[in-house]
Design a protein around this ligand. Structure first.
Ligand code: NI
Length: 227
């Protein structure tokens, strides 16, 4: 399931990130693509180990950890620090699947990627092309969102970034290991949780039925989560 989170970042957060990365050290994106993916990847990314890379990643990690919709969608156990990338004219990332196991920077831990996410940091009017195309159960979906919006999708999906034909497309990408590894179970939990949240906001928070639904949600998490 593909989940769009509008306005994950405020416009001033986007502006601050864009300002910070202006002075960043940019590397060839192929450095972090293994195997088949390295021949398909043609972009630039901020050096993960640079001060700017770490500072922006930490800022985004804190936002992710406090965002109820992201938490509901990903049920994260561990999040790989977001990485900033840029595609300019002619740059692209062909159809690929993200690496299943990733090393966590600055530690010996590894992460199994269950959930992938892209946070858009350019406005759609800033560039042509550059759509993120995600293949799913119901065919391929093209995603091009406003700056500050995020899309969350299963890491098992084949996806690509179409060639940019004008301007620059900047985004942050990240991966999470979920406590619920099965994408369909996660999707059911997300739908249930969102319905409970809507009923709560409708002022039905003290109804017994809502309490029972909430108990079912938590008991399903207890059943399906592995930590
Ligand atoms: Ni990818």
């Amino acid at each position: 399931m593909l989940i769009v989170i509008d306005k994950f970042l405020e416009k001033n957060d986007v502006a601050n990130i864009r300002k910070s990365i202006d002075k960043a050290q940019w590397n060839d994106g192929r450095q972090t693509a293994g195997g088949l993916a390295s021949g398909l990847k043609n972009n630039k990314q901020v050096d993960d180990k640079s001060d700017v890379g770490i500072e922006v990643a930490n800022f985004l990690l804190e936002k992710l950890g406090n965002h109820p919709t992201f938490i509901s969608a990903a049920i994260p156990f561990r999040i790989h620090p977001p990485r900033i990338n840029s595609y300019t004219k002619g740059e692209t990332y062909g159809v690929h699947v993200d690496a299943p196991i990733m090393s966590m920077p600055h530690s010996n831990d590894v992460l199994r990627s269950d959930v992938s996410a892209t946070i858009f940091l350019s406005e759609p009017s800033d560039y042509d092309g550059g759509e993120l195309v995600i293949e799913g159960q119901f065919g391929a979906q093209e995603v091009k969102l406003n700056a500050g919006d995020m899309v969350v999708y299963p890491s098992s999906s084949l996806h690509q970034v179409l060639p940019v034909t004008r301007g620059e497309r900047v985004s942050a990408i990240l991966w999470a290991q979920s406590m619920v590894s099965d994408a369909s179970a996660r999707s059911l939990l997300f739908d249930l949780d969102q319905s409970i949240q809507s009923l709560t906001h409708e002022g039905k928070a003290d109804s017994e039925e809502l309490m029972r639904l909430s108990a079912i949600y938590h008991n399903l998490v207890r059943r399906w989560a592995s930590i």
